[in-house]
Design a protein around this ligand. Structure first.
Ligand code: ATP
Ligand code: MG
Length: 400
């Protein structure tokens, strides 16, 4: 059974009303906010449905939602205009509704008690919906739910492994989780990175939830090894800067296809000035020679998108900018090929004291922006591994 299924006291169903949502003229933010906020409060959103501005369709959606959960939150369609049909739908279901005050707007909400649960209808305007959910709906749902199971969630953040490679290493953990009905694992990928989310629920027992979560986190961290760069809300760039600062180490960047994005990622982090010396953006091939000393004959013979070019860029920027470590990117962002090399072919390199320079050859998928973002991630990871003396895995082309 999935951790979210089941019509428990802590279950909620959400119904989002509005033709504009179904037509995708408006991107839903109410369902997203409710999902997050209710989970924070220890509740579970077990289903979210969208319904058009139509009385029969809204009634059907609410009735179905009541089969999923004893609390249903409806948003949208409460206003006085002819396209707002939620009020009529609620009226069609019963005549014993009470109103929910709206502290920030004119349209009041409706609380409707049914035999199988309670329906809370709120306005569609996100700001009003949020204010009323906080002030009235959440407290009411929580008091009706009574003692809730305790939910604890933590994340590991990985870089340099594909989703399938990560999953393969986590088979023993997943086997163990299969015997724990209160525990779930989720893989949340973003370009170049994966977040592994572990969630544990225990009946009103916080210590048990925390102990189990700690065990699972340790198992996962051990199985994933140096691919784990951080936990919870860590970011790769922040971890790199923190590591450099802690070890009193400086770095410099030599960038081609990332055009300064690597330096931008590092300087985004408060305190980066203690660790980041600066960078050279050598976008044109001749600048790789003029500013970074890549031999002209090498560039003529092997091109700018080349492993040795990346290594020389990293070594030279390290020397020229007087930094402990140098890190470099060169590659084809796309959409067109360059020097006969395909879009997504990227080399990242790092050079530092007491180490032979290292480079990774990557074949990154995705559009131009994605290739560039992922090149930044891989360069940061190479720097992290070089500074910490961690093994360099040569990542196979990840899916995203
Ligand atoms: P009002 O009294 O302001 O008309 P209402 O309850 O009738 O409020 P709607 O008319 O359905 O709500 O929507 C009001 C505004 O909120 C519209 O601009 C609509 O696009 C927006 N809205 C509705 N639902 C959502 C949602 N799920 N996510 C984001 N915006 C939404
Ligand atoms: Mg309206």
């Amino acid at each position: 059974m999935s951790g979210l299924a089941g019509r428990g006291r802590d279950a909620l169903a959400v119904v989002l009303v509005g033709d504009e949502l179904l037509l995708a003229d408006v991107v839903d933010v109410n369902g997203v906010w409710l999902g997050r906020r209710l989970a924070e409060a220890g509740l579970r959103v077990v289903s979210t449905t969208q319904a058009p501005d139509d009385v029969a369709a809204i009634v059907t959606a609410i009735r179905r939602a009541l089969m999923d959960a004893p609390s249903v939150i409806v948003t949208g369609g409460l206003g006085p205009t002819s396209d707002d049909r939620t009020t009529a739908a609620i009226a069609a279901m019963s005549d014993t509704a009470t109103s929910i005050p709206n502290p920030v707007g004119s349209a009041a909400g409706i609380r409707l008690q049914q035999a199988d649960g309670v329906v809370y209808a709120l306005p569609g305007v996100p700001r009003e919906m949020r204010a009323m959910a906080e002030a009235s709906v959440l407290p009411d749902v929580l008091s009706r739910a009574g003692d809730l199971p305790v939910t604890r969630r933590r994340s590991l953040r990985l870089v340099g492994l594909t989703e399938s490679a990560a999953a393969a290493r986590l088979v023993p953990l997943e086997d163990r989780l299969a015997h724990d009905r209160g525990a779930t694992i989720a893989y949340v990928p973003s370009p170049g990175e994966i977040e592994i989310r572990l969630t544990v629920r225990r009946d009103a027992d916080q210590a048990a939830a925390e102990a189990a979560l700690q065990t699972y986190m340790s198992m996962a961290a051990e199985a994933l090894g140096p691919a784990v760069y951080g936990v919870d809300h860590d970011s790769l760039a922040a971890v790199v800067i923190r590591t450099l600062v802690r070890n009193r180490i400086t770095c410099a960047t030599a960038e081609s296809l990332t055009g300064g994005a690597l330096g931008a990622a590092l300087t985004d982090i408060p305190g980066s000035s203690a660790a980041y010396r600066g960078g050279v953006v050598a976008y044109a091939t001749d600048l790789k020679h003029r500013l970074l000393g890549v031999p002209a004959y090498h560039l003529a013979r092997r091109g700018a998108v080349d492993k040795t070019t990346a290594i020389v860029m990293a070594e030279e920027v390290r020397m020229r900018l007087a930094a402990d470590f140098g890190v470099a990117t060169t590659g084809v962002a796309g959409p067109d090929e360059q020097e006969g090399k395909p879009p997504g072919m990227v080399f990242v390199a790092a050079a530092g004291p007491d180490m032979a320079p290292v480079a990774n050859a990557l074949l990154l998928t995705g559009d131009r922006g994605t290739v560039r973002r992922r090149a930044v991630v891989h360069a940061l990871d190479l720097l992290r591994r070089a500074v910490l003396g961690l093994p360099m895995e040569s990542p196979a082309a990840p899916r995203r």
